[in-house]
Design a protein around this ligand. Sequence first.
Ligand SMILES: [Zn+2]
Length: 410
Amino acid sequence: MARLRNGSGSLIRDLNRAAILSLIGQRGAIARVEIAQELALSPATVTVLTRDLMQEGVVREVAAAPSRGGRPAVLLGLVGDAAHALGVKIAADRLAVVRVKLDGEPLSFAERPFDATAPDALERLGDELATIVSAGDGLGPRLLGVGLGVPGIVDTPGGGTVESPVLGWRALPLGARLQQQLQLPILVDNDVNTLAVAERLYGRGRIVEDFITVTIGRGVGLGIVIGGELYRGSRGGAGEFGHVRMVEDGPRCHCGKRGCLEALASDEALVREARDAGLLEPGAGIGALRALADNGDEAALALYERAGSVLGRAVAGLVNVLSPGLVLVSGEGTQGWHHLCASFDAALREDLFEPLRDVPVEVDPWDDAKWARGAAALVLRATFAVPLYERQPEDAVRARLVGPLRAGAV
Ligand SMILES: [Zn+2]
């Protein structure tokens, strides 16, 4: 957390207000005295700023914390009903849509079929979102914006230009076009990054500052959180872990190269190998392979074992480089984790640098709602961000929360 100065200038005041919102948003209910300590602000400054935030209906007194002796400290929390955000996870064949309150609590969740690979996907997505947005018009609390998680590389969340080989999107100006159509702030990021953001704000990442989220399923993805912040790399390209080459002349990957981790350890890779080995009928998918393994089919189990081993070796390389405090494994592919975990763990521990060998690995069951919630968190996080420089549309999100709601204020 940035250390901020006490002062009365309006910029300093805005920075301090944003820092207080950020702290409450990330930590949950917190006492004024703790806010003052964390942000190195005087208690008087915290009292004035939090009184303003309470008058604006964004922050409220929630509960009294037990304290030793003396009076119990009153905690300050966010007013969930002050505003809401939409989060949408875009998959090749469906949209997962969640509506969340300002404090991150989900209001509703729905999935709807959607062909994101169709040539007119952008137009139809705009129409779908317009319908969803207008359906929430009667809900009362103001809509801050829409967050989108996509399987691809995004330049910046505010820029929203997407490269997605898996969806067939090339330099697609998703954010700009939707912002124009919906007249709302739109924030876009890679879907695994949105999952990592959700973990940071609502999951295990609340207590672990350095962690990685490895996702398995259709592909192999990676979200990196360092010092509590998502690491996006230059041009948003960090985390393309699935395209690390694991073997020479391996099977062809959909990225065009050979022997990528994703071409060896994804659900698609398992299915392809199973079909090649005659274990599956041409139309059968990962569910059928998992059923075979569940029934003890040795050939199916061997495929899982090999995939787990490759994945374990690859994750060991990551841990050796980043030394995370936690490895989270998530995604649709965790439905077969009971067949992957033994060989994964053996390969991981074998390849880990000795002092790092105890890194904990936790499996987070697959949950589309959580990914979508992470996409909504892109919007919520913007309200908590410290505005050190102009960042449209993040600043527009903040303006919608604490400023007068003007038509077209995007
Ligand atoms: Zn590849």
